[in-house]
Design a protein. Structure first.
Length: 95
């Protein structure tokens, strides 16, 4: 499936890999748009996967880190720890 911006939409491949691994729920990290809109969640749901997203505070942190650091080639030490913490909370929630 081709995305309108010239990229490749990867959720079918990711969903297939998750399904092969026996997963039924996955965590989704990305920009606020990616996490909050139904675009990705709907596509993963078509493969029988439930998509969990971080809490509002964690989503804000993930979004900020992407735009204020990663897009600029910066990774601050507090951010290095934030992502594993967010992921751990998603796992605790069932991802």
């Amino acid at each position: 499936m081709r995305a309108g911006i010239g990229g490749r939409f990867t959720s079918p491949t990711t969903a297939e890999a998750a399904t092969r691994a026996g997963l039924t729920s996955i965590g989704l990290l990305g920009t606020a748009f990616t996490m909050e809109q139904d675009f990705y969640r709907d596509r993963f749901a078509r493969h029988g996967l439930r998509v969990l997203i971080p809490s509002a505070d964690d989503r804000a942190d993930v979004h900020r880190i992407i735009y204020d650091e990663l897009c600029l080639g910066i990774v601050l030490e507090p951010s290095r720890q934030k992502y594993p913490d967010v992921i751990a909370r998603l796992i605790e929630a069932g991802a």
